[in-house]
Ligand binder design. Structure first.
Ligand SMILES: Cc1cc2nc3c(=O)[nH]c(=O)nc-3n(C[C@H](O)[C@H](O)[C@H](O)COP(=O)(O)OP(=O)(O)OC[C@H]3O[C@@H](n4cnc5c(N)ncnc54)[C@H](O)[C@@H]3O)c2cc1C
Length: 305
């Protein structure tokens, strides 16, 4: 499966583009599930100015999709039409600032930000150590774990909108809710400022080890997208999935994890369709058993193959 090549036309329209622009780049390798078709055009901007230039000059009818570390993402087998943007090295900085603040580029892995904060004796960001995504995904998803959430520590985020305008958002302007941020979907976050507090590096390191151990004991860490469904108010998605008899359920090479029933896993050769069909089957069974309509936490992008 491949799309018509729009890269020559884009290059002609955007002569000053500096980043990498590729046609029909397969995306599976950039996602935790390791499935999915290609991006019609795949763009890795050099830096924020390059990103803004691209967004300002891309024809409005071309859809733009951004991906981070791909840990909360199913790319469908037919691939993603338009331009897929993946932030790379130019967005990878982490800086320790006075007053226990940390500035992190949005391609920086959450775990690395947590580690830098720990080394600098900044407490409050250890929860990020267990989330396998990058900062952009943490902002978009209000990533959280073990009692901490992005909304608790984020002071300001920076981003670029579809028209190429630079924007900044305060914590209130992010409109954070459970695994949700209300900033329009077209905004691509480029960096954020986080507020921690004074802490002892050794104690923070111990907290991070504890998080790691808990995760290793309770979650698959391979070819998965993490929690598949949001917890409905007052309920646990994994319990509802279990009660509907879905633990271990398979569709093709996709399976509901035996270890954690809110995780789906690719056993090796699953397609995106296997995984999505499995998720929808679980939703239908849970609805039938308990009347609850589970909402996908994992984002699905692209077209069916
Ligand atoms: C093993 C495992 C464990 C997990 N545990 C947790 C957990 O404990 N808590 C938790 O919250 N999540 C967890 N997750 C889910 C996932 O790690 C988080 O949702 C994470 O924040 C996603 O970040 P990402 O960079 O991988 O984003 P992606 O998966 O690449 O994208 C997710 C969404 O964010 C958007 N996005 C990505 N980057 C940007 C950007 N720069 N600007 C704007 N939008 C952007 C994408 O368009 C997409 O809609 C887990 C996942 C796995 C695989």
């Amino acid at each position: 499966m491949s799309f018509p090549d729009i890269v020559p036309e884009l290059r002609a329209r955007l002569p000053d583009l500096r980043g990498r622009l590729l046609a029909n780049q397969r995306l599976g390798e950039f996602t935790w599930f390791r499935v999915g078709g290609p991006a019609q055009a795949f763009f890795v901007p050099d830096d924020e100015n390059d990103l803004a230039y691209a967004l300002r000059n891309l024809p409005v009818e071309i859809p733009v999709t951004v991906m981070g570390a791909g840990s909360n993402l199913i790319v469908r087998d037919g691939g993603v039409p338009g331009v897929v943007i993946r932030l790379g090295r130019g967005f990878n900085e982490v800086k320790i600032e006075p007053d226990h603040r940390v500035i992190a580029g949005s391609a920086m892995l959450d775990a690395k930000v947590a580690r830098e904060a720990q080394k600098a004796g900044i407490a409050g960001l250890a929860f990020l150590s267990g989330i396998p995504g990058a900062i952009g995904g943490a902002l978009r998803m209000n990533g959280g774990a073990y009692g901490g959430e992005t909304k608790d520590v984020m002071v300001e985020a920076r981003g670029v909108d579809r028209a190429g305008n630079l924007r900044t958002y305060s914590n209130a302007e992010m409109g954070f809710a459970y695994r949700h941020c209300a900033v329009p979907d077209d905004v691509i976050f480029t960096s954020a400022v986080f507020q921690g507090r004074a802490g002892d590096p050794e104690a923070i390191a111990a907290e991070m080890d504890n998080i790691k151990q808990k995760r290793e004991a309770s979650q698959p860490r391979h070819r998965t997208g993490g929690s598949t469904f949001k917890n409905p108010p007052g309920q646990s998605a994994w319990k509802l999935v279990d009660e509907a008899g879905c633990r271990g359920l398979r569709v093709g090479e996709a399976q509901v994890s035996e270890l954690h029933s809110n995780f789906l896993i690719n056993l090796g050769r699953a397609t995106a369709a296997d995984i999505e069909t499995l998720g929808e089957t679980v939703r239908a069974r849970v609805k039938q058993k308990s009347g609850v309509e589970l909402e996908w936490e994992i984002k699905r992008v692209g077209v069916k193959g």
